[in-house]
Write a protein that binds this ligand. Structure first.
Ligand code: NA7
Length: 529
């Protein structure tokens, strides 16, 4: 069999783009295969109103090119989806990436051929390409979840999923809108849809915690200061569990006197953003500590939302930070608008979608358009949509029947020469994705360099190394409260999905050490040939 490429990369989001750049730098031939018509991944698909990153722009950016860091100008504290997509396109142009990306093509099958030690990659366009390595860069939240609510196909009006939003945008002016979900996508889009639509009805299954973004244009003096000390900021970020340079107060919430605790929460609330959860070191370790933060946020909801019944429905009952914390601009306030109705579907599932709306708790709700802000088959959905076949024809689906099993979230035993950027078992979604992506890409590129230098062509995680890592991922998950609720981190949003805490929660610094130790040990835990 003829080798078409040294590596095939699946996906042209931030992971796939940087992977291509590193492969080229290493002198490897590569093709990226991308389903969309353009680059950007998450930021290509999630074009719903209000979509923006909840990590601050100056940190949610590549660090591999100091020139890029200096040249690119972010305009707001939290960049909007169009601005981030513009950045992705700028990177694609700047590094001339597009000529090695095959757009509008989906990989459907990839088979490891044990005779030749090559992967055979098949696409929906009929391609059959042979490559030494396959590297997935498919994103962690890229397989949209459309819930199986009876009657969904009968709805007469348009249905939009936040994770696959029309490129031309949607004008809700004069329309009545029904929206299912109150996760991050809903929390970002609800305030904007409410401002435009005639009426918006929100169907909430689980109330969610959100922290105000206090988004604003970036102060040029602050940008100058960041640009003058980018290396230091990036280095500090790598010492933080989430890979984000924000202050962590390691004190215990419950051991802090009430007045001081309230002062700390007040200051974090006033500053805004995800750093709220770092107000105390034990918020995700200790129920009682967590309750102090949850109570603080609930008190804020009561302050903002005028109708006490609505405020009560909007008040989350679970642990704060257990589901992904959200960051918003005017979310609670939106429920004070006369054209917004909140329907609690927490105790009884939505009965059915009807041709003119939906039926919940025996009551019909009519609307012109339906928005599904119902999330994703997270972490494994995109990977399992491809029919991966490893040694002996074994499928990844079978290998992961009880939940994803990987070595370092980067490789899978039985699937040689397959790398999974930000795969399950790596910190990924619990961190700032950009530095996590770069760390994985660099690790893979360095590994390929090292293999070539030694004349090696096959790398495969051993079963025992994988088992030990899966044990480590599970052990660290059990220490935190984060693994205790029905979140997408544990696959609870997808009926029938095995309930396993999928990301590695030991923090980015510990994870980097683990990856580096494997390399220092001569790729310990891998069989190389
Ligand atoms: P999420 O956070 O998974 O939110 C999906 C929402 O949709 C959530 O409120 C779900 O309720 C709700 N949902 C899903 N299915 C149903 C049904 N059948 N009935 C009613 N409600 C339903 O996805 P997002 O897109 O908002 O955010 C994903 C990530 O992207 C986010 O964490 C950031 O990292 C960026 P549930 O909570 O499951 O009860």
């Amino acid at each position: 069999m003829k080798t078409d490429f040294d590596a095939i990369v699946i996906g042209a989001g931030f992971a796939g783009m940087y992977m291509l750049h590193r492969l080229r730098q290493g002198g490897f031939s590569a093709r990226v295969i991308e389903a969309g018509t353009g680059v950007g991944g998450t930021w290509y698909w999630n074009r719903y109103p209000g979509a923006r990153c909840d990590v601050e722009s100056v940190q949610y950016s590549y660090q591999f090119s100091p020139e890029l860091e200096q040249d690119w100008e972010w305009t707001e504290r939290y960049a909007t989806q169009p601005e981030i997509l513009g950045y992705a396109n700028h990177v694609a142009d700047r590094f001339d990436l597009r000529r090695d990306i095959q757009f509008e093509t989906r990989v459907v099958k990839a088979t490891f051929d044990e005779q030749t030690n090559l992967w055979v990659v098949e696409t929906d366009k009929g391609d059959r390409l042979a490559s030494r390595f396959v590297i997935t860069a498919m994103g962690c939240l890229s397989s949209p979840n459309t819930p199986k609510i009876p009657g969904l196909a009968d709805f007469k009006g348009p249905t939009y999923h936040t994770g696959n939003w029309p490129h031309e945008g949607v004008d809700f002016t004069g329309k009545t809108v029904g929206l299912i979900g109150t996760g991050s996508s809903a929390i970002q889009s609800i305030p904007l849809i409410a401002r435009q639509a005639k009426h918006l009805t929100v169907f909430q299954r689980t109330a969610n915690y959100t922290i105000p973004a206090h988004n604003a244009p970036l102060d040029p003096a602050y940008v100058r200061q960041v640009k003058a000390s980018y290396r230091e900021m990036r280095a500090r970020a790598k010492t933080k569990p989430a890979g984000i340079d924000f202050d962590i107060n390691w004190a215990s919430a419950i051991e802090t006197p009430d007045a001081e605790r309230d002062r700390v929460y007040g200051a974090r609330w006033a500053y805004g953003g995800l750093g709220f959860i770092a107000a105390f070191g034990d918020l995700l370790l200790n129920d009682e500590s967590n309750r102090t933060a949850a109570d603080f946020v609930r008190s804020k909801i009561r302050e903002v939302v005028k109708d006490p019944k609505t405020a009560e429905i909007l008040s989350p009952k679970n642990i704060i930070g257990c589901k992904r914390l959200c960051v918003d601009s005017g979310y609670w306030e939106t429920f004070n608008r006369p054209n917004v109705t909140l329907v609690d579907v927490g105790d009884e599932p939505i009965e059915r979608v009807t041709p003119t709306g939906l039926r919940a708790k025996g009551q019909d709700h009519d609307f012109d358009c339906l928005v599904l802000a119902t999330g994703f088959d997270a972490m494994t959905g995109a990977l399992l949509r491809v029919d991966f076949r490893g040694r002996g024809g074994a499928t990844l689906k079978d290998a992961w029947r009880e939940g994803p099993k990987t070595f370092l979230g980067l490789t899978v035993a039985g699937f040689p020469n397959l790398f999974t950027i930000t795969g399950p078992g790596s910190p990924s979604v619990l961190t700032n994705m950009l530095p996590s992506i770069e760390q994985h890409v660099d690790w893979i590129a360095d590994c390929l360099d090292a293999m070539r230098a030694k004349g090696l062509t096959v790398i495969e995680a051993t079963g025992s190394a994988q088992e030990a890592w899966v044990g480590e991922v599970g052990k660290s998950a059990n220490i935190t409260l984060r693994s205790t609720c029905s979140s997408w981190y544990v696959g609870a949003n997808i009926p029938g999905k095995p309930r396993v805490f999928m990301p590695y929660i030991g923090g980015l610094p510990a994870y980097i050490v683990a990856c580096d130790e494997v390399v220092a040990g001569g790729y310990k835990g891998f069989a190389l040939s």
